[in-house]
Design a protein around this ligand. Structure first.
Ligand code: CP
Ligand code: NVA
Length: 298
């Protein structure tokens, strides 16, 4: 594996292998291999982060490498130096790069021009590292995703939903996305996805009915903070106790965090499912270490 740019570009074998290795690295924490010894990995972030930044910094160190965090304001990217030039400079110095930014094309361009392994740490289009951690959590707590029904309640065309839709396409589990009419995936995207196991509805109860996993995310993603009007459409799409009454016995509630309590999820539900949600957050570390190990193997 050279890069991790999206879930879309992975196949089922690659996803399963990454999750298998994440399970192993989690069990062997403190005593596993250190394939990044002697390597420096740049971490370019143009958006805020707690989980992604900390899990990558810790994970790179645990694998023997040195993380170099570069917020956009620390480097000339923040003054307008193009990503293409940043890529060609860093590619001559570091061994890999992790990027959180807006345009997916910036991550793809960086990968192509830098020549070094590049990992998407969230763009407007995908959040692949998060979905790998989510799948690991589902496997740990439900034994796997085969035959499971996953519901995503909220923004139907955010980075999280798009990555979940690609995961469902690749792995074959049932995914129902419940979202307002104005925030559905585009027809063009759904045609490209071409996944009969992924359905879109405006009915959150239908999505939640008999679901094994109920997943949500913020209604306003980073960069959309000025779109407060958007939130008005999402009232019926809150993950609350009444909605969860429709879910299967033993269902999981997932939230990638950070959460806005009493918006996309109630305080009551978040706290009731805190052990799952914070296990999901911890799993960012193990899943991303699996990605780094796979890249180190080439
Ligand atoms: N879930 C997630 O990516 O969290 P951060 O924004 O804190 O990195
Ligand atoms: N959809 C959210 C995910 C945050 C981890 C965002 O992009 O802000």
């Amino acid at each position: 594996m050279k890069h991790l740019l999206s879930i879309e570009e992975l196949n089922a074998t690659q996803i399963k292998s990454l999750i298998d290795d994440a399970v192993r690295l989690k069990a062997q924490r403190g005593s596993h291999e250190q394939p990044l010894t002697g390597q420096t990995w740049a971490m370019i972030f143009t958006k805020s982060s707690t989980r992604t930044r900390v899990s990558f910094e810790v994970g790179i160190r645990e694998l023997g490498g040195f993380p170099m965090f570069l917020s956009k304001n620390d480097i000339q990217l923040g003054r307008g130096e193009p990503i293409q030039d940043t890529a060609r400079v860093l590619g001559r110095m570091v061994h890999g790069c992790i990027i959180r930014t807006f345009a997916q094309s910036d991550v793809v361009n960086f990968a192509n021009l830098s020549g070094v392994p590049t990992i998407n740490a969230l763009t407007d289009d995908e959040h692949p590292c998060q979905i790998l951690a989510d799948l690991l959590t589902v496997r740990e707590l439900l034994g796997g995703w085969n035959g499971k029904k996953v519901a995503f309640i909220g923004d139907g065309f955010s980075n999280m939903t798009i990555s979940w839709m690609w995961a469902a396409k690749r792995l074959g589990f049932e995914l129902v996305v419940a979202c307002p009419a104005d925030y559905q995936p585009t027809a063009e995207f759904l045609k490209k996805l071409d996944a009969p196991n992924v359905t879109i509805t405006q009915d959150p109860v239908a999505a939640a009915r008999d679901a094994d996993v109920i997943n949500t995310d913020v209604w306003l993603s980073m960069g959309q903070e000025d779109q407060q009007d958007k939130e008005h459409a999402f009232g019926p799409y809150q993950v609350n106790a009444a909605l969860l009454e429709n879910a299967a016995a033993g269902h999981l509630v997932l939230h990638c965090l950070p959460a806005y309590r009493e918006k996309e999820i109630t305080e009551e539900v978040l706290e009731k499912h805190a052990s799952t949600i914070f296990q999901q957050a911890e799993n960012r570390l193990h899943a991303q270490k699996a990605v780094l190990v796979a890249i180190a193997k080439g």
